[in-house]
Design a binder for this molecule. Sequence first.
Ligand code: SAM
Length: 225
Amino acid sequence: RLSKRLEKVASFVPEGAVVADIGSDHAYLPCYLVNKGIVDKAIAGEVVKGPYESACNEVKKEKLQNQIEVRFADGMEAISAEDGVTAVTIAGMGGPLIASILNKDLSRLETVERLILQPNIHAISIRQWAKVNGWKIVDEAILMEDDKIYEIIVLERGEEQLSEAELLMGPFLLKEKNEVFVQKWLGEIKQWQFILESVKAVMQTEPIKEKIIETNAKIQLVEEV
Ligand code: SAM
């Protein structure tokens, strides 16, 4: 059975999409999507030998070789325009890594209509990347599994204005403000306050003072929300 996290990622994949799952590891997500009949065709990309072999084995075990192609490639190099990929999923990595994978070769996204991204940390880098590159947030989710909190950001092409709070916490998540969201940001505030206290006790240099002011502003912003 798929994890609750990947099941939620899968729920954002449009029916009939041609999907590429980048950093697929065991290829659980593309196998699930094809087995459920949500998509007919998928590509699983992996850049590390071990996970690449796991993906090949899983696809073989599920007898899905006709529908899922596993490719050994770095990031978006796994796909090109001829594949006609319409949806890309990238899950289980840090936000900055996901953004750098997308940014490395923007032309690979030519046929792509929807990006479903699940950063483990620092989701703000994805929202920043989207804003700069002509993508807008059409949906978001936040969930907890095994005591870890995960965010999912769904992007389609378009422009949008995001406030500082929306960039940091997510426009849809902010509106919904569910229990997991509140828990996440109370935890972040606690961590920032702990760092501030530790730093204040030992250092008083100019750059540190600036960082303290910046962190206090961030705490205030999140507390207001
Ligand atoms: N997507 C799966 C999930 O969410 O459960 C696997 C997540 S796993 C923590 C991250 C995977 O991304 C690893 O298997 C790693 O090899 C792969 N990866 C990291 N950087 C990559 C890149 N530039 N291109 C392709 N795969 C990459």
